[in-house]
Design a protein around this ligand. Structure first.
Ligand code: SF4
Ligand code: SF4
Length: 455
């Protein structure tokens, strides 16, 4: 009997090197996907689903794993596949994107699917589409309202008007409309002397041996700091000038965040082109792009290069920072604050909420760490839950209750904390914090201003 026939003799098989096999590509057109790497990396661990605040409270929402990789695979294998309408229930909070251990580009898949759903499957005459278009283009409504700011604030908060808007357009009557500033940030900036005045002030505050080319920032204020919370934009300018930075305010449109969330990618791209064009020119001249809203910095950093092909987009993405993040990286702000004392209105205990879009940029601890040593104030993190409003999501009547249910743990933690003033970097999270607790809410830049800028 030969060895081969003897069942008691074991001959190991030659190890498989794989060289004799042609690799099988599930999706042979891989180069054409136009998604960031990782599109086909989902191994169904469901971590994204367990981190989704909408799936947690809305039993009808199938969750990010379905909205992302599962639905995306269906679109790749079936030309006639119709996007499931549940994609409109994703709030674009990006928590799933942050949670996925496998680097699956969930937000990019969601934005792409939502854009396709709105383009191809949503009636352009439906009330939902028209309402979403108005919400997504907040900049246009805010521009109009800013022409008669007091009247606009009064009318938009009239209970009869709100009831009609709820019944006819699906904008929840429970929400308070934000007040419009009587002078926009841009008007204040121009009246103050614009970039020339900023250059003059910055020069006075810069150390003599400092290289001025290291002290140049271009401010992306976004819609809300321009039309509503102008105090945030002013604080940004004053704080940066105090630290020796020359500020310029380039031509800009909406960052596109509410347009992504409503599947209106053409609108978003039109705005992105203007923003990238003006910012990329300045980046070429040595300026860094700074945003005071974490959703705006998120758009410029991540969503633009994921979704659009615009000249200069990568350069802008690489040189964009959140306003507080930049100070922590490029200045001695922590030392300045550890020697400062806050007195007056802002000598308070703050209940701090880290916005989801800030978390996605790794910024969730920045305010708590920065203000830990600041005399005269206290700050407490109210936990990692989502505020629930997610930009325009909580401004839809059919989502209002879900939005408040998602926000409830944050409201509870705020009420349990020592502070009775809220703090966050996101203007819509601030609206939800105010709405759920009645607390006044401030931006970290306002506290930095109170600590280091002389009144
Ligand atoms: S977390 Fe990532 S890998 Fe896990 S199921 Fe979700 S997409 Fe797939
Ligand atoms: S973006 Fe937010 S709401 Fe949308 S699927 Fe991901 S975690 Fe859920």
């Amino acid at each position: 009997m030969s060895d081969a026939e003897d069942p008691t003799t074991f001959s190991p098989a030659e190890p498989t090197t794989g060289e004799e096999f042609e690799p099988v590509e599930v999706f042979p057109d891989n180069d054409d996907f136009d998604l960031r790497p990782g599109a086909d990396n989902c191994y169904k661990c469901s971590t994204c689903d367990t981190n989704c605040p909408v799936a947690e409270v809305d039993d009808d929402f199938p969750g990010p794993k379905f909205q992302g990789p599962e639905q995306w695979r269906l679109t790749q294998t079936d030309d006639d596949y119709e996007i499931d309408d549940s994609i409109t229930s994703c709030s674009n909070c990006l928590r799933c994107d942050n949670a996925c251990p496998s680097g699956v580009p969930l937000s990019q898949m969601h934005n792409t699917a939502r854009g396709r759903y709105v383009d191809e499957q949503m009636s352009k005459l439906s009330v939902e589409y028209i309402r979403n278009r108005i919400l997504a283009n907040y900049r246009t409504s805010a521009w109009l309202a800013s022409k008669v700011p007091r009247l606009s604030t009064f009318v938009m908060n009239n209970s009869a008007v709100r009831w009609v808007m709820d019944k006819t357009m699906g904008i929840p009557k429970e929400r308070d409309f934000p007040a419009f500033a009587t002078e926009t940030f841009q008007e204040w900036w121009a009246k103050r002397g614009g970039a020339d005045e900023s250059r003059r002030r910055a020069r006075q505050n810069r150390p003599d041996d400092a290289d001025p080319s290291d002290y140049k920032v271009a401010y992306f204020h976004g819609c809300y700091s321009n039309y509503n919370t102008t105090q945030v934009g002013k604080a940004m300018v004053r704080v940066y000038e105090e630290l020796g930075f020359e500020v310029v305010v380039p031509e800009q449109k909406c960052s596109g965040t509410p347009m992504f969330a409503n599947g209106m990618l053409d609108d978003a791209e039109r705005h992105a082109k203007v923003n990238v064009s003006s910012m990329s020119d300045l980046v070429e001249q040595g300026y860094d792009a700074i945003a005071s809203c974490t959703s705006c910095s998120m758009a410029l950093r991540q969503e633009y290069p994921e979704l659009f092909d615009i000249d200069g987009i990568e350069k802008v993405s690489e040189n964009t920072y959140d306003s507080v993040e930049y100070l922590r990286i490029h200045t001695d702000i922590a030392d300045r604050l550890s020697e400062a004392t806050v007195e007056g209105d802002l000598a308070e205990e703050f209940a701090y909420h880290a916005p989801c879009h800030g978390r996605n940029q790794g910024l969730e601890r920045q305010a708590v760490e920065l203000f830990a040593e600041l005399d005269g104030v206290g700050i407490e993190d109210v936990g990692d839950s989502c505020s629930g409003i997610s930009g325009t999501y909580g401004w839809k009547s059919e989502k209002y209750e879900i939005s408040m249910e998602i926000g409830q743990p944050m409201f509870d933690h705020m009420e349990d904390s020592a502070g009775e003033t809220g703090m966050t970097e996101c203007p819509t999270c601030a609206m939800q914090m105010e709405h759920g607790t009645g607390y006044d809410v401030r931006h970290p830049l306002e506290l930095i201003e109170a600590a280091i800028v002389e009144a």
